[in-house]
Design a protein around this ligand. Structure first.
Ligand code: NAD
Length: 295
């Protein structure tokens, strides 16, 4: 069994980006700029955005975080996004989800200029992803693909089972794995909360991507020997021994599944770090496209 180490792979992505930014600095050029929008006081959202901006600092990207009260009206938030769209300094816009209930996620996401849609959630990005055209790939599935590539994991002709069909993780993951691309060419089964015989389906998988948000859900009796296990889940589980009062758990029962697998991602230290690395890569791509178009 080999651990797929998100620290190592994300660091190599970041090192590569940092050397590109260093070159831009030497040439006196404009630097990539990511703007994050955060609404309300969601602790997890604050943690994610803080981590994203710290990573921007580390590699030399510029970044800003715009914070708004939970009560901000939808039309005002739309105006904020429109201003970021027309701000020539900004290359990438991310609006941290979830948004408060009175705000329609789609209205906000659809307002982001597709050329700055570094989260890859705009319908234009989704459409291009389905067509197999170059686009911004949602950061978590993109991060998983970078991880598979780094470890040179054979996917051609393999049976991949994706558990979870959300627009941000499971569905784009299933599309990527089925495409005729490096680390694609899988036969994909996309499972969800209405799937029957999930255990039997998982047992047939060469690769399992667990992205359902249920800690420890994938148990050893559901996986066959030597399968590749990618754990996307991040759940806060109460833990009085921790100062924070919680511990982070993935969707895989790691202790028991690891010994049956050929490769496995840990939580934390796996896909979460890759998600941030992929977001940074998307931001750099957005920057390069804008620079090319401005010539
Ligand atoms: P979601 O709640 O939008 O979707 C969950 C999916 O799981 C749904 O499609 C549902 O049908 C499916 N599901 C639920 N119960 C099931 C069951 N018993 N059997 C089969 N399928 C079931 O969640 P999401 O936004 O896709 O996130 C999933 C998990 O991934 C969460 O733990 C989230 O925190 C985590 N996540 C991690 C990262 C990262 O960077 N590692 C990024 C995004 C999300």
């Amino acid at each position: 069994m080999q651990i797929l180490d998100g620290k190592i792979v994300s660091q190599s992505v970041k090192d590569d980006l940092k050397s590109k930014v260093d070159l831009l600095k030497q040439q006196g050029k404009r630097l990539p700029f990511l703007a994050a929008v955060i609404v309300g006081n969601n602790g997890a959202s604050e943690t994610y955005v803080a981590s994203k901006t710290k990573n921007c600092d580390d590699i030399g990207f510029l970044s800003t975080t715009l914070r708004f009260e939970e009560t901000i009206p939808e039309d005002e938030l739309i105006r904020v996004v429109e201003e970021l769209n027309s701000d020539n300094k900004i290359d990438g816009i991310l609006v941290q989800l979830p948004l408060p209930q009175h705000i329609n996620n789609e209205s906000i996401i659809n307002t982001i200029n597709p050329s700055k849609d570094v989260d890859g959630f705009h319908p234009m990005s989704t459409g291009k992803l389905i067509q197999g055209s170059p686009t911004f790939i949602p950061a978590t599935p993109y991060g998983v693909m970078l991880m598979l590539a780094h470890y040179n994991i054979e996917t051609n002709g393999k049976h991949a089972v994706v558990i979870g069909r959300s627009n941000i993780v499971g569905r784009p993951m299933s599309i990527l794995l089925s495409q005729q691309i490096p680390n694609g060419n899988c036969t994909v089964t996309l499972c969800h909360s209405h799937t029957k015989n999930l255990k039997e389906i998982c047992f047939q998988a060469d690769i399992i991507i667990a992205a359902l948000g249920k800690p420890g859900f994938l148990t050893a009796d559901m996986v066959k020997e030597n399968s590749v296990i990618i754990d996307v889940g991040i759940s806060r589980v109460a833990d009085e021994s921790k100062k924070s009062g919680f511990t982070i758990k993935g969707d895989v029962d790691f202790e028991n599944v690891a010994s049956k697998s050929s490769y496995i991602t840990p939580v934390p230290g796996g896909v979460g770090l890759m998600t941030i690395a992929a977001l940074l890569k998307n931001t750099f791509n957005a920057y390069e496209m804008r620079e090319a178009n401005s010539k």
